[in-house]
Design a protein around this ligand. Structure first.
Ligand SMILES: [Zn+2]
Length: 76
């Protein structure tokens, strides 16, 4: 009697690649002008909207003075 049986090795859940700064939100030029909270953000909706001149920063980084969220502009 033949028994066909497939054992599937259990795969670990896919984990996101480690980020050096997990709290940094990467934005693109499509997100400009950058505002915090961002339009799609709900949990960040805790302070008046502020515009962050991220494109003027030499490192293209901005930190929201209200909630401390860090943004980094990624050139495409
Ligand atoms: Zn903020």
């Amino acid at each position: 009697m033949l028994k066909s049986r497939r054992d599937r090795p259990s795969q670990p859940a896919a984990s996101p690649p480690p980020a050096a700064e997990p709290n940094v939100r990467t934005v693109t030029r499509k997100d400009l002008p950058l505002s915090c909270p961002m339009p799609d953000a709900e949990v960040w909706n805790m302070h008046p909207r502020v515009y962050l001149p991220i494109e003027d920063d030499p490192n293209h980084e901005a930190i929201c003075p209200y909630c401390g969220a860090k943004y980094k502009l990624r050139d495409e």
